[in-house]
Design a protein around this ligand. Structure first.
Ligand SMILES: Cc1cc2nc3c(=O)[nH]c(=O)nc-3n(C[C@H](O)[C@H](O)[C@H](O)COP(=O)(O)O)c2cc1C
Length: 403
């Protein structure tokens, strides 16, 4: 059995009941359903209204945020293979990377005949790697699609167009990077244009939320005072969103500065909907501590998950195994290869998962020059022999500034 088939068969899940695994006859039925759906997609294109199709296929279900361990949205990291790895390691809910509304609207949706994956490719770049991929066959849900937007009409168009291919749609309202704020997205929605943010959330709730079956959420940062942040979360709750993720840093703060997690407990007092705490969760044990400290329903992890996706696992042996950076890199590499990731994506994620633990700077430079999966694998294996991982060598650092 080839590696790809192995991965696909490993995790064949019922679309409507995310935690149920199928086997034998059920599996065949499921596969033939997917073939039929894919065929129907092909036959009906380009006239088919995907949003209606999705509505018929998926019954309404709400996402359970209670005690959830969540993979945070991360640009260039949270494509299908990394989401898959995080799920395999025990994440309950996974986010996509942030995708910009206009780009998604330029994409065409197709179902890949070989893999049965749903792919969104930009019309003028049909041969390049898809902008967004998911697989009803292998991707365990719930899956949150995060969008960057500053326009309610565009946001609603994306939500409608992609209706069958996500469970929740999240608006990034915290990214402080120039590229986001200069076009009115991300943290700009929090600082100068809360009216617009509320308009976008209202629009999404009305079009795909509530009885339409999708969860609508947003990810924010702290405003400069607790009172201002309390007012904000109250306003957001009134739009009818299902949950709010709060990155416990102020807009100008950089990731290496500590998150203000204790402040989140004050927000908990003013809203009823689930709150998701985000910031500085680096060990599995931190998940329970952060939940306790913040009184939030769920914990969202970003850098801690890049550095070890097994942070989500309650199995200590699994966490130990994945904590060896070479073992981790090889495991991720296999998943990326099986799920047909691009080399660009793969190099980026593998390099970042090493954190500072490779024990050799030139090794990472060399690894980054790899042009095939095989080359990467043999370079990692060689490094493993040359410089086996020494426990305790981890240096957690990150100079990049994100949402
Ligand atoms: C590589 C990277 C990419 C990120 N991309 C996004 C993104 O696409 N959308 C978003 O809302 N936040 C993004 N963030 C921010 C994280 O989701 C998270 O809010 C932040 O890193 C704090 O969590 P942490 O302390 O667990 O890292 C990114 C962070 C990193 C490290």
């Amino acid at each position: 059995m080839c590696a790809t088939t192995r991965i696909f068969n490993q995790q064949l899940l019922v679309e409507e009941e995310p935690s149920v695994c199928l086997a034998g006859g059920d599996r065949e039925k499921k596969e033939s359903t997917h073939r039929l759906l894919a065929q129907r997609d092909r036959d009906d294109k380009p006239h088919v209204n995907m949003s209606l199709l999705g509505r018929l296929e998926r019954p309404i279900r709400t996402i359970n945020y209670s005690n959830a361990k969540i993979l945070a949205p991360m640009v260039r990291i949270c494509s299908l293979p990394f989401r898959y790895a995080a799920k395999q390691c025990g994440a309950d809910i996974v986010y996509s990377e942030e995708l910009i509304d206009k780009k998604l609207l330029q994409c065409e949706r197709t179902v890949n005949e070989e893999t049965q994956m749903v792919e969104y490719r930009q019309l003028n770049h049909l041969t390049s790697h898809p902008v967004y991929r998911t697989s009803p066959v292998i991707e365990d849900r719930p899956l949150v699609l995060q969008i960057g937007t500053a326009n309610v009409d565009l946001a609603v168009q994306v939500a409608e167009k992609m209706f069958p291919d996500y469970d929740a749609i999240d608006v990034n309202c915290g990214c402080p990077k120039h590229f986001s704020v200069h076009s009115g997205m991300g943290a700009k929605l929090l600082s100068d244009n809360q009216e617009n943010m509320i308009r976008i959330l209202n629009g999404l709730v009305k079009s795909v939320g509530g009885s339409q079956g999708k969860s609508v959420t947003c990810k924010i940062r702290l405003l400069s005072t607790v009172e201002a942040t309390k007012d904000l979360v109250r306003r957001v709750e009134q739009t009818g969103v299902n949950a709010i993720a709060i990155h416990a840093r102020y807009i100008p703060q950089r990731p290496r500065e500590r998150a203000h997690l204790p402040l989140l407990s004050e927000l908990r007092e003013v809203v009823q909907i689930p709150l998701i705490a985000n910031g500085d969760c680096f060990r599995h044990e931190d998940i329970a501590l952060i939940r306790e400290q913040t009184a939030c329903d769920a914990v969202m992890i970003a850098r801690g998950a890049i550095w070890n996706p097994a942070i989500f696992s309650s199995d200590e042996r699994m966490r130990q195994e994945w904590s060896n950076p070479h073992v981790r890199a090889l495991k991720l590499l296999q998943i990326f290869e099986d799920l047909k990731a691009s080399m660009n994506q793969t190099r980026y994620v593998i390099q970042r998962t090493y954190c500072d633990e490779s024990g050799d700077g030139p090794f990472l430079v060399n690894l980054n020059r790899s042009t095939t999966f095989e080359q990467m694998r043999s370079r990692i294996q060689a490094q493993m022999l040359l410089k086996p991982f020494r426990k305790g060598a981890t240096v957690l650092s990150d100079n990049h500034q994100f949402a």
